[in-house]
Structure formats: structure tokens, C-alpha cells
Ligand binder design. Structure first.
Ligand code: ADE
Length: 361
């Protein structure tokens, strides 16, 4: 239940939605707790299912779900998307909104610190609109409890005033759809998880899918690219379209400045070598992580906090950004006692795995 009360025991109204200036180019609204994203990434996001490459199982399910909601003239069920960062959770939410012809308000859990942050957004929603909350596993308990009746009954339960004189009122909300995204579905409380009608895990992309993402982005950037050039960038994109898109941009810069403005296999490989992105897509931090475990901790196991401290990185960056792909690529293993470099991890750095070293002697 949301407690809206100022120090005098009076009512403090949630932050007014009128402060939120609507932006016509983009259905994202700006406020302290609603993020405005006008980056390169946002400008190339596909708006329909045809433009959205990969995640075919998800797309097929969504097409049916959206069609059914339109036929029934009902809002979509609340949805939870989870998986490593950069796989297109925000992008698919944008596609859903544009296919339903509704606005989407994008925020993230750390921006919803105070009760009035979430209340303000909920009260600013219009019927059918989509509220997208990124990193939803980081939502605090109070915000979560405000969300329960909002998700279930489309109401806000608010207590106004203090103790004996407190009054509870139910404020109806328009029927909206919450789309939550998280890299850590396991950290979501079960009452919150249970309130999503659809829960879907996004998968890493294949090289072929990433090559399509690369070509699509190159076309938007008006850069010439051939199939082998696209495949070369795709191979080094760690299964992640966000990385593929960034690499296209970086390689385009090289193509324009150092070559004839076109991307082929040689231009892609040479540029990515200069950027120190290796054939597996690992960058300096990834390689430093593997080397650290091998050199200082005999290949592991070693705790993630120790790794983060030694690399002067945040634990969250190690866990959410570096590790998912290293684990998926089989270069790193997670054990109950910490992280271990796999034999493939040793070989990737040009070293012999411990078992191979023993047979050598
Ligand atoms: N950008 C991010 N994800 C994408 C996808 N799946 N398809 C096309 N562009 C994307």
C-alpha cells in the first residue's frame, strides 16, 4: 500500500504528469524517473517484427498475443523479459508498443527510489499504454508493493495522513501493461514474478542473425558492407546485437577514414584488431579477467568480489556484462566456490590447460 504523507500529516500529491513534456519524435517521456533515450542505439531500433531480427519463438508468441489483445480489445498481459544485457529487451518492448499503436514510458528500477516516483508514473499512464521498467529486480519493497494492486486490479491504494487519522483511498488507474526487463530473473521476488502473464528468456543471437543485424544497421548508416564483412563483425559481437551495432559504427569510422568507405572482411577484421576485439569478441577486460584467474589464482575457483577488486571493476559489471558471454562461450565456469577458467579459456589465451600441462611432463 502506498503511503503518501508529508511531515505535517497532510497529503503530498504524487509528482504531476504535467511536468512530463511529451516528445513527438519518440514515444518516450522525459521526467526525473522516466528516461529519455536519444542515443544512436535508440535511433536504429526496429519498430516492427520484420525489422526485429532473431528471437523467433518470442516473436511468434507475441504476434499471437498482440492479435488476441486487439481482437478482444483488452490490454496486453504484463510481461517479463529476462536475459543478458544487450539482447533487445527494450527494443522488443518498443516493437510491441508500436504494433499496438500505444505509447511506451521507459524507466528503470533505480530511478524509482521514492514512492512518489512510481506513483507519479502510474498516475500519468493512459489506457493501453505500456510502462517499461528496466532492471526490475532492483525495485525496492515499497515500490513493489505499490505495483501489486496496480498490476492486478489497476488501482493505487493510498494511505493519507498519519496513524489514527489516516485514511485509505483507492485510486483507479487506467488499464496499462507493465513490461519488466531484468538480467537477473532469480532476484525477482516471487509475488512480483507471479504477476506477469508472460515470462520469456531472450537468447544469445547466432552469427547469421547478428550478420543480419549488422547489415540492417549499416544500411541505416548508409555504409556499404558485403556479406563477409558483415559476418566478420557478427563473429566478434558476443551473440549480442547491441555490441554488433556498436561495432558496425566503429568499423564504419575506420572504413571512412582509413579505407574507401566500404566494409569488407579485411576492413572489418583489421579495424577490430586495432580495437583489440579478438575473434571471440573478447575485449581487454574479458581477457584481463581470464588472465587474472589463471595467473593469480591458478585458474580458480575464485570469488567474483575478489575478481572485481583486482580488476578495479564493479561486481555488477563483472556479473552482468563480462560473465554471461564468457560462460556461454565455455571459457569460464561458475562453481559453488567461485569462477574457474575452462580448458577452452586457457587455449583462447594461447596457454595449455592444466591437464594438458601435466601430460606434457
Ligand atoms: N537492435 C537490438 N536488437 C535488435 C534486433 N533483434 N534486431 C534488429 N536490431 C536490433
Amino acid at each position: 500500500m502506498a503511503i503518501i504523507s508529508d511531515n505535517e500529516g497532510g497529503v503530498s500529491f504524487p509528482r504531476s504528469s504535467q511536468k512530463n513534456g511529451r516528445n513527438n519524435r519518440n514515444p518516450v517521456i522525459k521526467s526525473e524517473s522516466i528516461e529519455y533515450d536519444n542515443t544512436f542505439e535508440n535511433s536504429i531500433r526496429p519498430k516492427d517484427f520484420d525489422g526485429y531480427i532473431g528471437q523467433s519463438a518470442l516473436k511468434e508468441t507475441l504476434k499471437i498475443t498482440l492479435e488476441a489483445a486487439k481482437l478482444r480489445e483488452k490490454p496486453l498481459d504484463h510481461m517479463l523479459f529476462y536475459g543478458p544485457p544487450g539482447l533487445g529487451k527494450t527494443t522488443i518492448a518498443g516493437v510491441i508498443a508500436s504494433q499496438m499503436g500505444v505509447d511506451i514510458k521507459i524507466t528503470s528500477a533505480p530511478a524509482l527510489e521514492r514512492p512518489r516516483d512510481i506513483i507519479g508514473i502510474l498516475m500519468s499512464l493512459k489506457g493501453g499504454e505500456i510502462l517499461f521498467i528496466d532492471e526490475i529486480h532492483r525495485l525496492n519493497k515499497v515500490a513493489e508493493e505499490i505495483l501489486y494492486p496496480a498490476m492486478e486490479d489497476f488501482t493505487l491504494d493510498m494511505t493519507m495522513g498519519k496513524s489514527q487519522t489516516a485514511k485509505t483511498i483507492r485510486v483507479p488507474l487506467p488499464k496499462f501493461t507493465l513490461i519488466g526487463a531484468t538480467t537477473k530473473a532469480g532476484e525477482l521476488s516471487s509475488p512480483l514474478r507471479d504477476r506477469f502473464g508472460m515470462v520469456h528468456r531472450l537468447e544469445f543471437y547466432t552469427i547469421e542473425e547478428l550478420a543480419q543485424v549488422v547489415k540492417r544497421t549499416a544500411k541505416i548508416l548508409e555504409i556499404d558492407i558485403d556479406d563477409k564483412g558483415a559476418a566478420a563483425i557478427a563473429r566478434r559481437s558476443r551473440g549480442t546485437p547491441r555490441i554488433a551495432n556498436r561495432l558496425v559504427k566503429r568499423v564504419s569510422d575506420f572504413a571512412i577514414v582509413k579505407y574507401d568507405g566500404k566494409i569488407n572482411e579485411k576492413v572489418a577484421n583489421d579495424s577490430l584488431d586495432i580495437l583489440k576485439i579478438d575473434e571471440f569478441g573478447l575485449d581487454n577486460t574479458d581477457r584481463a579477467l581470464l588472465s587474472l584467474i589463471i595467473d593469480k589464482y591458478d585458474g580458480g575457483p575464485v570469488g567474483v568480489e575478489t575478481i572485481a577488486a583486482a580488476l578495479s571493476e564493479d561486481v555488477r559489471t563483472i556479473e552482468d556484462v563480462c560473465e554471461p558471454y564468457l560462460l556461454q562461450a565455455g571459457l569460464l565456469q561458475r562453481t559453488p566456490r567461485g569462477r574457474k577458467v575452462s580448458p577452452e579459456g586457457y587455449r583462447h589465451l594461447g596457454l595449455l590447460a592444466p591437464a594438458e600441462q601435466q601430460t606434457l611432463f
